[in-house]
Design a protein around this ligand. Structure first.
Ligand code: AMP
Length: 545
């Protein structure tokens, strides 16, 4: 017997329609690449998205074709999110921090028909121009007054929108059709495309807004620092429309001062980003003795949130940290370390230790850890193994790699090593490729980095496994000191005493001016491993097991 309820496909356009009908007066504020602040409402955004949808159709974009974007977080980018996907085309967000060769490769692989970009990226587009064979139109996301001089044939975004009226009905179609495309950062080999559907995106927006996820509501003012060019800004543009939260877009200015000023001016209550961005913000507020007047919580993820950062936000600024985990292949939201009622009553040290884990999965996501043979490991918080994930917003197949399933028995292997405890809290100990294997045993690079980051004179720390004649590999700590710090190797290594098993202590420390970051703000350990590969080769002593 079938249920007798309405059949309404879960479409991205329905999020926009909801926001317009029920939260039409809610604000969207953007710091623009033109340098000023732009302000309008959800109703304005919905109207302009309809105009843009018509304009895209006039440019010849057909259902299923890809519309590329190379843009910061801003209202025009948001309009493209809805106009492209809502009209049945596929939004393809490109990461401007990628190498030009990778960008050219991705545009070609995705067969983008139109490429829309912020003014900032004109030099990159000009450098790539001869290699964008599929692209029929280059659209500059600005108005006529700011159109740049260029040898290329460029279309002005505001001319496109201005030429249309907003009489447009969003088409209805199968919720399983593709809505957006994002390529993994691809530190090795070619990037891989993850093709989201309308259904997966809407379900993910629900999951991400839940109280034990990002806990979003209409009373929030959300500032996504996490870029809209990387995994749809963790779904925040969609979740914010779903709940009617005010949105503040920071544009290109992601330094501590610019972010802090915007947080205060717009009374931001909630934000989300990677640890490296939050470090910049913390440095700024600490140096200036500043306070936050409205911030309540921040989601930190993308790489492990150091315990010291968590504690600084919670204790010094009263800002609640939600440590989240996810990946491009999981849309990205997978889990969040939100405490249970009983855990809230624990002493601070114990609470922080739980919050520093990557957390419990939200409904829709299922997690397990397995050993090398694929057998599931106990949920005891100690047995570390390969982390597998499944759910309706988890990738089943990479774009244009049909017939080559990445799944193992219906689960997606994340490439992360993790434990899961009896309360369901997952903790990542490493990426498979970052694990340090010393004398046949694993050492968690994340844990060592976490401890190093707790030292008041450490600004950033990466721990890598380096070849060692006796132990196969030993940990080497690569550290950026805080300005003015003269801390030496011994002082830093002393700091590890009593915090871990002695044989986990790094064998050496090298101090550097900076640690390379990848296109999504994560530390790049590959170049460090290459640079220091011979560091221990003649050292036979090292720590004993
Ligand atoms: P990406 O697809 O580029 O977003 O990278 C996903 C990977 O980032 C995951 O597989 C993890 O290795 C890492 N990652 C994401 N969030 C966290 C976190 N909170 N702690 C540790 N690693 C994380």
């Amino acid at each position: 017997m079938l249920g007798q309820m309405m059949q309404q496909p879960l479409l991205i356009s329905s999020l926009l329609q909801h926001a317009e009908r029920h939260h039409g007066r809610q604000e969207i504020v953007s710091r623009r690449t033109e340098g000023d602040i732009h302000r309008y409402t959800f109703a304005d955004m919905a109207s302009r998205s309809r105009r843009l949808a018509k304009a895209l159709r006039e440019l010849g974009v057909e259902a299923g074709e890809r519309v590329g974007t190379l843009a910061w977080n801003g209202y025009r980018h948001l309009e493209l999110y809805f106009a492209a996907s809502g009209s049945g085309a596929v939004l393809h967000t490109l990461n401007p921090r990628l190498h030009p060769d990778q960008l050219a490769w991705i545009v070609e692989h995705a067969q983008d028909q139109v490429l829309c970009f912020d003014l900032t990226f004109l030099p990159q587009i000009e450098a790539l121009a001869g290699r964008l064979a599929s692209v029929r139109h280059l659209v500059v996301m600005t108005d006529r007054a700011h159109m740049p001089a260029s040898g290329l044939s460029l279309v002005c975004y505001e001319d496109l929108v201005g030429a249309q009226d907003d009489h447009y009905s969003w088409p209805a179609f199968d919720e399983n059709l593709a809505s957006s495309l994002c390529y993994t950062s691809g530190t090795t080999g070619n990037p891989k495309g993850v093709l989201y559907s309308h259904r997966s995106t809407v379900l993910h927006a629900y999951g991400g807004a839940l109280p034990d996820s990002m806990n979003l509501s209409a009373s929030d003012c959300v500032l996504p620092v996490v870029p809209m060019f990387h995994v749809n800004a963790w779904g925040l543009p969609y979740s914010a429309c779903m709940v009617g939260a005010k949105i503040v877009f920071p544009g290109p200015a992601l330094d501590g001062k610019s972010l802090y000023d915007l947080f205060e001016a717009e009374q931001v209550t909630m934000s989300a980003g990677v640890p490296t961005v939050w470090q910049g913000l913390l440095d700024h507020v600490i140096a200036g003795g500043l306070r936050f007047s409205a911030m309540k919580r921040t989601v930190i993820g993308g790489s492990a949130c150091p315990l010291a950062m968590l504690r600084a936000f919670e204790e010094d600024y009263g800002i609640h940290v939600i440590h989240g985990w996810g990946m491009t292949e999981t849309s990205p939201f997978g889990s969040a370390a939100v405490l249970t009622g009983a855990q809230r009553c624990l002493p601070p040290e114990q609470r922080y230790a739980i919050q520093a884990k990557q957390g419990r999965c939200v409904f829709g996501i299922d997690l397990k850890v397995v050993d090398d043979s694929g057998a599931e490991l106990p949920r005891d918080g100690a047995s570390a193994g390969h982390l597998l994930v499944r759910g309706p917003w988890v990738l089943a197949q990479y774009y244009r790699q049909d017939g080559d399933s990445p799944l193992v028995d219906g689960w997606f292997p994340t490439g992360d090593i993790a434990t899961i405890d009896a309360d369901g809290f997952m903790q990542i100990t490493d990426r498979t490729k970052d694990v340090i294997k010393s004398g046949g045993e694993w050492i968690s690079s994340i844990e060592l980095e976490n401890i190093a980051m707790g030292h008041p004179e450490v600004s950033m720390a990466a721990c890598i496994g380096v070849a060692h004649a006796k132990w196969d590999e030993r940990p080497l700590l690569v550290v950026v000191r805080k300005p003015d710090s003269a801390m030496n190797r011994e002082q830093l290594l002393d700091y590890f005493c009593g915090k871990i098993a002695k044989w986990w202590t790094p064998d050496d420390v090298v101090f550097v001016d900076e640690i390379p970051l990848g296109a999504t703000g994560k530390m790049l350990k590959g170049p460090l491993r290459e640079r220091y590969q011979r560091h221990f080769l003649h050292a036979h002593q090292g720590n004993t097991h």
